[in-house]
Design a protein around this ligand. Structure first.
Ligand code: CUA
Length: 305
């Protein structure tokens, strides 16, 4: 059961950030420390079984308690505690090159970048730069966890928690909500996309631009169905703040908070059967949109790159 977790984009020993590498080192030190303690306890148990029945002097018993029961655990556990506290201090950077705001909602992630850029369910980070991620929640407690990058911190309504990450490996890593937050908790996922710094800068610049195109039958269908009441598409009349910002929706890699690959078929299924894909989701299903209107809307949304 454990082995399937030992590779892939959610593997927590992938070491895809400096912080994850520190945590991995700490995990091995704790494992080694626990191994040494286990060996000594087993040796003492074996020794006790062999010598039971024989009379021991009170002096040697006292020595055993003093060294084995007091001095040894005190030194080893204090060393492990010290290592743990030092690692904890080292993985929280005081300075950062970039600040993101991530808000947990039932059941998706609102992701804000400098310059008013807002996306959803996708955290893009530049390799080699330290990103500060400010974590909040809108409704209930969620927990932001990107195992390969080492971050896991609760998102609590009314409170802002801070996480810093310095990615070292370019790639598309998995993230998930790690705190039970309601029916679709298991479907609250996201992607962490680590990019080369230049590519990240270019992406952020593109993302800051308003949506293109700003008109067309697909947009009319979108507005006609009332989608703009919940979703924003910057540059158009759609200015809703309840659901994910869709300004550059077509450039995303997933749909429904990381649960589906984004393509025509999944998008059609999502719009018409939202509630069967994610029970309890706030977005209503739209099973009755006329086919032509629906296809125009899908064309339009996928063109928003
Ligand atoms: Cu959000 Cu579990």
């Amino acid at each position: 059961m454990c082995l399937p977790g030992c590779s892939g984009r959610h593997y927590w020993f992938s070491g895809a950030s400096e912080e994850a590498q520190s945590i991995e080192t700490l995990a091995w030190i704790l494992f080694a420390g626990a191994g040494v303690i286990w060996l000594i306890v087993m040796a003492l148990a074996f020794f006790a079984m062999r010598s039971s029945g024989r009379s021991n002097t009170e002096k040697s018993a006292r020595r055993m308690i003093l060294w084995g029961g007091f001095a040894f655990p005190t030194v080893v556990l204090a060393a492990l505690l010290g290592t743990g506290l030092l690692t904890l201090k080292s993985i929280v950077a005081e300075r950062s090159d970039l600040t993101l705001e991530v808000e947990g909602e039932q059941w998706w992630w609102r992701v804000g970048y400098p310059g008013g850029v807002v996306t959803a369910n996708e955290v893009r980070l530049p390799r080699g730069r330290t990103a500060e991620i400010l974590l909040t929640a809108d409704d209930v407690i969620h927990s932001f966890w990107a195992p390969a990058l080492g971050g896991k911190i609760d998102m609590i309504p009314g409170r802002e928690n801070r996480l810093t990450l310095t990615p070292t490996t370019v790639g598309n890593w998995g993230g998930l909500c790690a705190e039970y937050c309601g029916g679709a908790h298991a479907q609250m996922r996201f992607n962490v996309i680590v990019m080369e710094p230049d590519a990240f800068d270019a992406w952020l610049e593109d993302e800051a631009a308003p949506a293109q195109p700003e008109s067309g039958p697909g947009l009319e269908a979108f507005l006609g169905e009332g989608c703009g009441a919940c979703h924003t598409i910057r540059g158009t009349e759609a200015q809703g703040l309840v659901g994910p910002d869709l300004t550059h929706f077509g450039a995303r890699t997933s749909l429904g908070a990381g649960i589906l690959a984004l393509d025509r078929d999944t998008l059609r299924h999502w719009i018409t059967h939202t509630d069967t894909l994610k029970p309890g989701v706030k977005m209503p299903a739209y099973p009755d949109i006329p086919t032509e209107e629906l296809e125009d809307m899908i064309d339009y949304l996928l063109s928003l790159t």
